[in-house]
Design a protein. Structure first.
Length: 358
């Protein structure tokens, strides 16, 4: 099998050029994903596969003497966590490990591990036996600064914020006049952001058909792949209540959340809502609050209830590689647990279901 130089590998632009260099199972993988992933994504995955399998054949005693294209499924299933650790450390000198714990995984290395994980998921789907030595080392790409409390909302701040959202506490006289009509919608918007960690752009793009009221999940399309994002049981009650008035507001409009003008609500309008309620409830911190604050708060709350990093990455869409072999019911437990913690803390939206006028 002819070898390619590092420069040649860098400028590969077609998956057909990569296939002959990779194990047969990778070729089957690409054939199965041809209609799911963009060609450019397949090429990037192929380069990551080639980098990994070439490393194994060059550096690891268990595989030295073989070419990457000669590796069988059994060879791949013999890959251990120690091989993954050695590979990660070869990517970046700042990546360190101690007692099978890896520190300092950078963004590029994380992306490669997610790509490699997809091969193990593919083999597991085919064989019916789950095995993935990379799972332990999947790290979230967005780093949470635990020392900067201004980046997230504490439970006390959530309580104050929702008192304003739910009942208009602290709003100006003019704002209160319109508040009752839209309080249920606004409450549900912020509950979903705190429950799921999704981006505001994903929230405003939700259609009625994207809400699975039976399973309490939202259906999103990320990187051309459909994912189901769970929300809490408490939030589901608001979903049902909002749906009752949603059809009354404007029949025939597909958007789930409507603006005051009865068309799809925009990201900019959500940003204005955040600012309005922040000024009314936690003024000293209002300049720091943005839609992303709820996303970071979700991340910290998930960590605090013991959620693993892959579940957090899946919910937040941090990496396109974290979508396969995800147990949504397992993640749902953490989401419901956070909802219960907010209820215990007295966050009003989680304690009492709001009534709303039409």
């Amino acid at each position: 099998m002819p070898e390619l130089s590092s420069i040649q590998k860098k400028y590969i632009t077609k998956i057909a050029d990569l296939k002959p260099l990779l194990p047969a199972v990778c070729r089957f993988y690409f054939d199965s994903k041809i209609n799911e992933l963009k060609p450019s994504t397949l090429v990037e995955y192929g380069k990551d596969f080639l980098l990994f399998f070439t490393y194994l054949c060059d550096k690891e005693n268990d595989f030295i003497g073989k070419h990457s294209s000669e590796l069988t499924v059994n060879d791949i299933l013999s890959i251990r966590q120690s091989h993954i650790i050695h590979f990660l450390c070869s990517l970046n000198s700042r990546i360190k490990h101690e007692n099978d714990i890896v520190y300092g995984i950078d963004k590029a290395s994380y992306r490669r591990i997610c790509a490699i994980s997809s091969i193990f998921a593919f083999i597991s789907d085919s064989s019916g036996k789950y095995y993935d030595p990379t799972r332990k080392f999947i790290k979230q790409r967005i780093k949470l600064d635990r020392d900067k409390d201004e980046n997230v909302l504490s439970m006390e701040e959530q309580k104050a914020f929702f008192l304003s959202v739910c009942y208009g506490d602290g709003l100006t006289e003019n704002a209160i006049k319109k508040h009752e009509k839209y309080s249920l919608r606004d409450t549900l918007i912020f509950m979903i952001l705190l429950d799921t960690g999704i981006q505001v752009s994903e929230l405003v793009s939700l259609n009625l058909s994207d809400i699975n009221f039976q399973n309490n999940t939202l259906t999103l399309i990320r990187n051309e792949i459909e994912v189901n994002i769970p929300y809490s049981i408490i939030t589901s009650k608001y979903m049902n209540k909002y749906l009752e008035i949603r059809y009354y507001q404007k029949e025939g409009e597909n958007a789930f959340f409507l603006s005051n003008q009865k068309c799809r609500i925009s990201v900019r309008q959500i940003e204005r809502l955040v600012k309005k309620y922040a000024v009314a409830s936690i003024e000293e911190k209002s300049s720091l609050l943005a839609p992303g604050t709820f996303r970071k708060t979700f991340q910290k709350d998930m960590i605090n209830v013991g959620a693993d990093e892959i579940s957090i990455a899946y919910m937040m869409g941090i990496d396109k590689g974290v979508v396969e072999n995800i147990n949504v019911d397992y993640i749902h437990k953490f989401v419901n647990l956070i909802g219960e913690k907010r209820k215990i803390a007295g966050v009003v939206a989680y304690v009492k279901l709001l009534e709303s006028t039409r």
